[in-house]
Write a protein that binds this ligand. Structure first.
Ligand SMILES: Nc1ncnc2c1ncn2[C@@H]1O[C@H](COP(=O)(O)OP(=O)(O)OP(=O)(O)O)[C@@H](O)[C@H]1O
Ligand SMILES: [Mg+2]
Length: 284
């Protein structure tokens, strides 16, 4: 059994563009700028560093790099998953994948694997599925290469294991959380064998404390801290604009944000703006 595109949560250039809009600035500088760009200097710094590292590995054919990818950790709803997507979109730009299907040489894919889905057995037997996912990440859909040669161009992939703690943790009889050994060993085998010239792995988690030291050794870690008030305000303004809300209509949301400790995540800001929009429509 091998995975097909419809078995996974696959993003190509076009699907990523729906999230961030087109690139409005680019050239040789990493990162380029999108129409709906990540807000906040801290986010831009992480995007810049990760994209420059992956670009170096992919462009210089570093297929046995000791660095397998990135671990994004921190609180809920503050952009860890979104950062992985934006990184993949950046890599489309860097590698020259603009969505045209004429040549697959420049293809960059983003594969989002929900750790909880795998652990729940949604994909079937966990160890086997993990193996298949790594293979799929590099080679694409089974049967795509009609005649396989070693020099066949392989696509590039950012492979995200989202909420990775749910994938590797099980409850022991004592109720304590511990790593599930066999999944663990399959995962690390594939990580150690990873073709880093073609695949970059991103892990996200809210629970750094539960993660194994072996992860920390192989991945570059980034902490996602609580976003600054200024970032939340800017997100509120830009989301309000997309919903056609006026400055006056978004003001109550901004006041909540400015009330210390009241709003903690970007997701919460988005909810508040949506709520303001709904209230406006229903009142009108
Ligand atoms: N830097 C940013 N600028 C603007 N919007 C952002 C930014 N970061 C995240 N968002 C938006 O905030 C929402 C939450 O982001 P995301 O789902 O990536 O958070 P997360 O950290 O992965 O959360 P969880 O821990 O629950 O998985 C998304 O809708 C995303 O579009
Ligand atoms: Mg997430």
């Amino acid at each position: 059994m091998s995975l097909r595109d419809t078995d996974v949560n696959l993003y190509d250039f076009e699907r990523l563009r729906r999230d961030f809009g087109s690139f409005v600035e680019g050239g040789d500088t990493i990162p380029g700028r999108t129409e709906r760009e990540l807000v906040g200097a801290g986010y831009q710094r992480i995007l810049t560093e990760t994209a420059r590292i992956v670009a170096h590995q992919w462009q210089n054919h570093l297929d046995r790099s000791a660095l397998k990818g990135f671990l994004f950790y921190g609180g809920v709803g503050i952009g860890k998953t979104t950062m992985a997507k934006r990184l993949a979109y950046e890599m489309c730009r860097v590698m020259g994948d603009d969505g045209s299907r004429a040549t697959r040489v420049n293809e960059v894919a983003f594969v989002l694997v929900d750790g909880a889905d795998i652990a729940r057995g949604r994909y079937g037997e966990t160890e086997e599925r993990l193996r298949e996912l790594f293979e799929y990440a590099r080679d694409g859909e089974a049967g795509y290469h009609s005649h396989k040669h070693d020099d066949d161009p392989k696509r590039r992939t950012v492979l995200l294991f989202d909420d990775v703690e749910s994938l590797f943790l099980t409850r022991s009889s004592a109720g304590a959380k511990e790593w599930h050994f066999s999944q663990n060993s399959v995962f690390f085998h594939n990580i150690d064998e990873l073709d880093t010239a073609h695949t970059s792995v991103v892990l996200t988690t809210n629970r750094l404390d539960l993660l194994d030291a072996a992860i920390v050794d192989r991945f570059m870690s980034y902490e996602f801290g609580a976003p600054a008030e200024q970032v939340l305000v800017e997100v509120a303004r830009s989301k309000a604009q997309l919903q056609g809300l006026t400055e006056e209509e978004v003001e109550p949301v901004l006041q909540l944000i400015r009330t210390e400790g009241r709003v903690r995540s970007i997701r919460e800001v988005e909810r508040l703006v949506t709520r303001a929009y709904v209230d406006k429509v229903l009142a009108g």
